[in-house]
Design a binder for this molecule. Structure first.
Ligand code: SB7
Ligand code: NI
Length: 188
């Protein structure tokens, strides 16, 4: 099982390395690590398990973050309707995106960053993505809102990019042209 000690932090070269394309079929090790990554996210969002193992809650995790330099990430986002958007993406890419951008008004965080870095992180508001499942099946999806932001955050990790690379250094909260704030979903 993946624990916080397995997640590399700022300063580790894996976070600045471009991960390699995965070849099919995946090895047993690649399959296991990918499944462990998704399980980590589920565990991190379960209050009892998270408390027991000291896990910080996360909605996404990329291979680079566990020093596994292959183009694989996992996303697990509980939605308002109680359903979860949950998948492992192999060799993911953005095939098209909106001109319009969005950002989280509270900024972004990262399991590999043990400090808060304030500022707006501009992201495409809507993206069409393609990726492969662990079994090599091609998937195409349209994402918006938090899932779109998370996909872009994870794809950045595979390219050695950190969320704060996108923050305006002179003025972290400067208005972003053609962007709207994505307000947090109500906790009701
Ligand atoms: C805010 C947080 C995340 C994505 C988008 C906005 C994910 C945080 C967990 N990770 O560090 C995943 O790479
Ligand atoms: Ni991250």
């Amino acid at each position: 099982m993946i624990l916080m000690k397995d997640i590399v932090r700022e300063g580790h070269p894996a976070l600045r390395t471009k991960a390699e394309e995965v070849k099919f079929p995946l090895t047993d090790e690649e399959r296991k690590l990918a499944k462990d990554m998704l399980q980590f996210l589920k565990n991190s969002q379960d209050p009892e398990i998270a408390e027991k193992y000291g896990l910080r809650s996360g909605i996404g995790l990329a291979g680079n973050q566990i020093n596994f330099l292959k183009r694989i990430f996992a996303i697990h986002i509980e939605q308002e309707n109680g359903e979860a958007l949950s998948f492992i993406a192999v060799n993911p890419k953005i095939v098209s995106h909106s001109a319009e951008k969005t950002y989280l008004p509270q900024g972004e965080g990262c399991l590999s960053v043990d400090r808060s870095v304030p500022g707006y992180v501009p992201r495409y508001a809507r993206i069409t993505v393609k990726f492969y499942t662990l079994d090599g099946e091609e998937k195409k999806m349209r994402l918006q809102g938090l899932p779109a932001i998370c996909f872009q955050h994870e794809l950045d990790h595979l390219n050695g990019v950190m969320f704060y690379d996108h923050i305006n250094k002179e003025d972290p909260f400067a208005p972003i042209p053609d962007a709207f704030p994505l307000e947090a979903e109500s906790e009701a």
